[in-house]
Structure formats: structure tokens, C-alpha cells
Write a protein that binds this ligand. Sequence first.
Ligand SMILES: CC(C)(COP(=O)(O)OP(=O)(O)OC[C@H]1O[C@@H](n2cnc3c(N)ncnc32)[C@H](O)[C@@H]1O)[C@@H](O)C(=O)NCCC(=O)NCCS
Ligand SMILES: Nc1ncnc2c1ncn2[C@@H]1O[C@H](COP(=O)(O)OP(=O)(O)OP(=O)(O)O)[C@@H](O)[C@H]1O
Length: 200
Amino acid sequence: MALVVGITGGIGSGKSALTNYLEARGITVVDADLAARVVVEPGQPALEAIAAHFGRDILLTDGGLDRAALRKRVFDDPGERRWLERLTHPLIGEEIERQLAASTSAYTVLSSPLLLEGEQSRWTDLVVVVDVPVETQVARTMARDDNDEAQVRRIIAAQMERDQRLDRADIIIDNSGTLADLEEQAAELHKELLARAELG
Ligand SMILES: CC(C)(COP(=O)(O)OP(=O)(O)OC[C@H]1O[C@@H](n2cnc3c(N)ncnc32)[C@H](O)[C@@H]1O)[C@@H](O)C(=O)NCCC(=O)NCCS
Ligand SMILES: Nc1ncnc2c1ncn2[C@@H]1O[C@H](COP(=O)(O)OP(=O)(O)OP(=O)(O)O)[C@@H](O)[C@H]1O
């Protein structure tokens, strides 16, 4: 397969803001969070397993997953989070592999908050980390989502520490500035990745 670039960063670091830029330039972006939604769609065995484990209250009236309710359950209880991960991560991995194999763009991006926590980096040739201070992660996530501060901090606590993640980076994108600053770095990154893809 052609060059696969992993993009990671904690919750609210700006992965989607970066990958939107690359996607708009024709690059296929495989998004682990979106793959995670596919595997629990109504009709999927994983959704049945979740309802059997957490109780049918975890479903909305239309039969879909109540994501806000499950978010609360799993980030309040690491044991329940691990149970959910053991169920879904292998399925998410299969979905990611399927999407990577279908890509025909000059290079392909795998964007995942958990790229370095598990085994997802085995699919990538290099790792780009989108980095912001934890306080910025908290502020931007709260502004975007219906999450209180304690919940956001619990999610951050379930992820790799900032320094550890930075240690694993081949390229670091500093997203502590404005969206215009990010766009400038995205343009540079795109140029660099096209050049690397060409070198094969
Ligand atoms: C708990 C769920 C239902 C909450 O859904 P919700 O729509 O509120 O959030 P969404 O899926 O968009 O995730 C938002 C962010 O939470 C963080 N996050 C999600 N799952 C995890 C996890 N297992 N560990 C650490 N952080 C996580 C990520 O930064 C992610 O970008 C959902 O996150 C889930 O199914 N998680 C388990 C699958 C998983 O690990 N996904 C991460 C990508 S592999
Ligand atoms: N440089 C920036 N300045 C101001 N706001 C920003 C900047 N970068 C991103 N944002 C905003 O911060 C929020 C989080 O960014 P984004 O959704 O791209 O993060 P993410 O890493 O994809 O998060 P998640 O892991 O939760 O999917 C979004 O509302 C986004 O528009």
C-alpha cells in the first residue's frame, strides 16, 4: 500500500481541523472515531452485545446507541471502558483496514485519538501528533461538545500523556495558535507528505 500517515492527538487537539484541510485536497482520511460508529450501527452484533451488557436503557427509542449515556458509563468506570474496548477495538481495526485498502489517494491518512495506545500504528509509516496544552484541550472540547469539565478531564486521563505522545511523533503540529496558524502548518505538511509519497 502507498504511504499511510497516522495523525493523532488527544480529545479536542484539532485532528479533524487538520484532516478537513487534507481531505479538501483530495486525500483519503480514514477516521477511527467514524469507524467506531459504523461497528455499533443498528443491526450490528456489537450493538446487541452492548445492550445485553449495559441494559436496554443504553439504546435510544429508534434503536440506535445512546452515545451520551454510554460515554458517561465508560468514562466513569475504567473497567466498563475496557469491556467496551475489548468488544469494539477488533471490529474497529477491521473497518479501518477495509477503508485503508480502498484508498487511492496520493497518500492516505489514518486519524485516531488512540493511534499510539494500542496497535493501530502498525498500519502507519509515520506519526503526526497534533499538540496543544491540556487546558486548551479542555476549553475547546467543552466549547464543542455537551460535556462538563470533569467529564472532559476523565476522557483525557484515559488517553496517553502529552509528553509520551510527543516522544512518539515524527512530525509535530502545534495547534495552540489560531485556525489560520494551523492552516499554514497544514499546507506545509501536505507538501511534505506529497514529496514523501512520491519518493515511495
Ligand atoms: C463511548 C462512546 C460511545 C462515546 O461516544 P461519543 O459520540 O460521545 O464520542 P466519540 O466517539 O465521538 O469520541 C470522542 C472522543 O472521545 C475520546 N475517546 C473515545 N473513546 C475513547 C477511549 N476508549 N479511550 C480514550 N478516549 C476515547 C476520543 O478523543 C474521541 O475523539 C465512544 O467514544 C466509543 O464507542 N468509544 C469506544 C471506542 C473507541 O475506543 N473509540 C476511539 C477510537 S478507536
Ligand atoms: N487553532 C484553533 N483555534 C480555535 N479553535 C480550534 C483550533 N483548532 C481546532 N479548534 C476547534 O476546537 C475543537 C476541537 O477540534 P477538533 O474537533 O478538530 O479536535 P479533534 O482532535 O478532532 O477532537 P476529537 O478527538 O474529540 O475528535 C473544534 O470545535 C475546532 O473547531
